[in-house]
Ligand binder design. Structure first.
Ligand code: NAI
Length: 443
């Protein structure tokens, strides 16, 4: 369903009228295209206090993105600003964050990025913890202020070397609908060789995407294939026609299977033998909305089974059987409903909150025992058949109630999944990344 309001505000009269009426001003987001795969412009690298990682090594890291480093803050109109605040260890130091960004924030280009690098919050030094936690409120507020398709993100960096894939993602059009997020990057889980070709970071990897016959799952499968992965797409047997079409289009393989089947794990394992699996994307999901008072068990059970229990069952089976190779990546699909709750969705929100619990609990052990990272994406309002069916007024509210004043596209969730799935993203583990344009819900 086209966002007619976004199209209207993109015209001169539309912009004039909606400004005069004080209505939301969404900017058309700049997403990845083969012709324009990078944000074009200068990157301004600023440091507040002393960098924990050394200014020159952060600078070197930034030179590896596709952006040109600005040499003079006063003259440039940067498309991205990276503020290294890793060394801020007390609250007086926060004045340097203000001093660094206050003069430049106005000049950040449309669809630009502000990325603040922070340090892990100390459990033992409450002055450092106060200062570093302060950055979270700062970045989330900045995300709400920026407008014009610009985003703000805080990346808590333990090891600068492990942050490259995350910075490349955030400083690219691939992260268009990710804003107001806090992302923790730990040590790289394995001594990764950086992929030779950053345009195909998944080359040589095998991926399985559930619920891939349409919607977000189809977009995930396409983006993983674009990035070089060999993709197996899975969906219910009744969706086989669409599934085969997706598989053919992306040069992948179709696996018609109900993910709630008791033996789904074994059947996936045998379909992927002998090479195994590197990327497991749990995307299949259903809704059966009713208020709890009206919700019979036949609406509760399938939602919990598809969205949560089958995710637990297949993940356990594929880890234990060794189907998930070392260096593997599991990306599960939560939802902002699992964070904020939603009327009529006690079943759905329970299942999606359960995904968050699963991810946070399993991540450290899966990495230690199997060398596999486990993360979640939590989509906000994404333009799909599911949300097109929502009544007009609620749909409009859902679309606009975020810092970018528009719904996301399936490709936005797909790009985020592809970043988490990359071999070079081994330092990102146990994270729940909202792809929601910084939705007001649950923020
Ligand atoms: P969709 O309904 O368009 O696609 C879901 C796919 O999962 C369908 O192809 C369906 O056949 C498949 N599926 C359902 N049950 C299955 C089963 N038992 N075994 C195998 N496949 C099964 O949904 P959409 O919008 O693409 O959502 C994808 C995921 O994103 C879901 O987990 C959903 O909960 C989540 N999500 C979507 C949001 C949105 O705004 N569209 C917002 C937040 C989360």
């Amino acid at each position: 369903m086209a966002d007619r309001y976004l199209n209207f505000t993109g015209t001169a009269p539309g912009r004039f009228l909606t400004r005069r009426l004080g209505l939301p001003q969404p900017s058309a987001l700049r997403r990845w295209t083969p012709e324009k795969p990078s944000l074009e412009g200068e990157l301004l690298h600023l440091t507040a206090g002393d960098s924990l990682h050394g200014s020159s090594s952060v600078r070197q890291l930034l030179t590896r993105t596709n952006l040109t480093l600005a040499t003079d803050a006063s003259t440039s109109r940067p498309v991205a600003v990276v503020l290294d605040a890793t060394g801020i260890s007390d609250t007086p130091g926060l004045a340097q964050v203000h001093a660094a960004l206050h003069p430049v924030v106005r000049s950040v280009a449309e669809n630009g990025r502000v990325v603040v690098l922070g340090a892990p919050v100390s459990p033992s030094d409450h002055h450092q913890a106060a200062a570093q936690q302060a950055l979270e409120g700062f970045v989330r507020s900045l995300g709400k202020e920026l407008g014009r398709g610009r985003t703000a993100t805080l990346v808590r960096v333990r090891s600068a070397g492990a942050a490259e894939s995350t910075l490349r993602f955030l400083l690219s059009p691939r992260s268009a609908y990710v804003s107001g997020q806090v992302i923790e990057v730990g040590e790289a889980s394995e001594p990764e060789q950086p992929p030779v070709d950053w345009d195909r970071p998944l080359a040589g990897r095998t991926a399985l995407v559930t619920g891939a016959a349409r919607g977000i799952g189809e977009a995930v499968a396409s983006v993983l294939a674009r990035d070089g992965a060999r993709v197996v797409v899975l969906d219910v047997p009744s969706a086989q026609g669409d599934l085969v079409r997706v598989a053919d289009r992306i040069g992948g393989t179709a696996l018609p299977l109900d993910i709630t089947a008791d033996d789904a794990g074994e059947r996936i394992a045998s379909a992927l033998a002998p090479g195994g699996l590197d990327i497991l994307v749990h995307n299949a999901g259903i809704t059966r909305d009713r208020k709890l008072a009206n919700m019979a068990a036949d609406r509760w059970d399938p939602v919990l089974d598809v969205n949560l229990t089958s995710v637990l069952r297949t993940t356990d089976a594929l880890l234990k059987s060794g189907t998930l190779n070392r260096g593997g990546r599991v990306v599960a699909t939560a939802s902002i409903a699992g964070i904020a709750g939603n009327v009529g969705q006690t079943n759905y929100a329970a299942s999606k909150a359960g995904i968050i619990g699963l991810v946070r609990s399993l991540a450290p052990g899966a990495l230690a025992e199997y060398g596999v990272t486990v993360n979640a994406v939590a989509p906000g309002f994404i333009e799909t058949k599911m949300t097109a069916a929502v009544p007009l007024f609620i749909r409009e509210a859902g679309r606009r109630m975020n810092s970018l004043a528009q719904g996301g596209l399936p490709v936005d969730v797909a790009e985020t999944t592809a970043w988490l799935a990359a071999g070079a993203s081994g330092g990102v583990n146990g994270q729940v990344i909202r792809v929601c344009g910084q939705s007001l819900l649950g923020s």
